[in-house]
Design a protein around this ligand. Structure first.
Ligand code: CTP
Length: 398
């Protein structure tokens, strides 16, 4: 998403400037073109030599260097986005009042691109009325604010004022400025994670699904431009993309209710959740005491969400299921594809030690109902998600 994008990074005097070195590295790794402009105070915290080496561009920190006047207007015009991270209390106050006593401020005042600010300061400074007043002014002026985090601060105190992490800043830039338009106007629903089927108020039947694959697919659909509803069972996963509508559920029944409702006006549905196939016929209202030596629980089949969506499917809707097979993999996956009336089925290979539930890598084969087939090989779940979404886009209107 960041390939070829021009990103101007502004750095001001704050301890958090060390994190901006990582930010520059992440942006370059993602294919962006990066230039850095910094205040003189920032040079105490992050070396221009490191920054120019990483960004592969000369770092600007003086309005006049030797006999050369630095063309700040052109820097602000060159960039697709100008991100100031960290933004110190001092520079924030100057920006809010239109001061222009260094090159970073001159670039800010002449920038024609969107400006993103990621403040960093100690908690007491952060909460000071003048800081909050300046911040409000900057937001009113049209700047985009990346919220500060809560945690350990340079002073050793804990509280609000930490600059957002480099990964979050990267994701913010992608989400707000660089999502692709391939799926613009399309709605996608994704199920993810396990479901927990209650035995009593404290016990349940569940499985080891981490939700990683489903979250990665939801994020990829979102980055390609879709409006995404992510229906997830209990997992530790979280997404930093605020635009993804996350609906947290616990049981298969809850997932079924939301998925069938949301599918009505969806264009794409990807069922990657490991829904428990069976649930206790009834859940005890009180905790069951351990009186018996043996205990039998009667299980009944859970509602099959994919099967139901296959029945409800209207023309133009694209339905994707997952299959986990241990024998006759292809044959069983194709039976599942047909019996559930899906348009595509993603076969997880259990025979590969680098593919599976809790790890970060996976390997899949995607089968289309028209006979098309793609195998990914072992990749990160994020890369597998990219392949799955590319497959969906390719076949959506074929
Ligand atoms: N699925 C679902 N609702 C269920 C069960 C499964 O939506 N109650 C979906 C899964 O999200 C996945 C696909 O169906 O997309 C998996 O199909 P399923 O028949 O459940 O596969 P297995 O659990 O492997 O079943 P089997 O034991 O019959 O192979």
């Amino acid at each position: 998403m960041l390939k070829g994008k021009k990103i101007l990074v502004g750095i001001t005097g704050s301890i958090a400037a060390y994190k901006t070195i990582t930010l520059v590295r992440l942006l370059i790794k993602a294919g962006a073109e990066v230039k850095v402009v910094m205040t003189n105070a920032a040079k105490e915290f992050a070396s221009p030599v490191v920054l120019s080496t990483l960004s592969k561009n000369k770092v600007t920190y003086d309005l006049v260097e030797g006999d050369d006047w630095s063309n700040h207007v052109m820097l602000g015009r060159w960039a697709d986005v100008f991100v100031i991270a960290p933004l110190s209390c001092n520079t924030m106050a100057k920006m809010a009042n239109g001061l222009c006593d260094n090159v970073l401020l001159a670039v800010y005042l002449s920038a024609t691109c969107p400006v993103v600010i990621a403040p960093a300061m100690d908690e007491d400074m952060w909460h000071h009325p003048s800081t909050q007043r300046n911040l409000e002014q900057l937001v009113k002026d049209g700047n985009h604010l990346i919220k500060v985090g809560n945690g350990e601060l340079a002073s050793g105190l804990f509280g609000e004022g930490r600059m957002a992490e480099p990964e979050e800043i990267c994701q913010y830039l992608i989400e707000h400025f660089f999502r692709s338009s391939e799926l613009k106007g399309k709605k996608a629903i994704v199920t993810a994670g396990p479901t927990y089927e209650a035995i009593d108020p404290v016990r349940f039947i569940g499985n080891h699904s981490s939700g990683k694959m489903g979250f990665a697919i939801a994020e990829e659909l979102y980055l390609r431009g879709a409006d995404v509803v992510l229906i997830t069972g209990p997992t530790h996963q979280k997404t930093n993309y605020n635009g993804i509508q996350v609906r947290a559920v616990v049981s298969g029944d809850q997932m079924y209710d939301i998925a069938t409702r949301e599918f009505n006006d969806a264009d794409i549905a990807v069922m990657s959740a490991a829904v428990a196939d069976y649930k206790p016929i009834s859940a005890a209202t009180d905790k069951i005491k351990k009186k018996l030596d043996e205990w039998e629980i009667t299980l009944i089949k859970n509602k099959d969400i994919l099967l139901q969506l296959g029945k409800d499917k209207k023309k133009g809707q694209f339905l994707v299921g997952f299959a986990l097979e241990t024998n006759n993999e292809k044959e069983n996956a194709l039976i599942k594809l047909q019996s559930k009336n899906a348009d595509a089925i993603v076969l997880n290979s259990l025979n590969d030690k680098d593919a599976g539930f809790s790890i970060d890598t996976n390997a899949v084969t995607i089968f289309h109902s028209n006979g098309a087939e793609v195998t990914t090989g072992v990749k990160s779940k994020k890369e597998v998600a990219t392949d799955i979404v590319s497959f969906i886009i390719k076949h959506l209107h074929a």
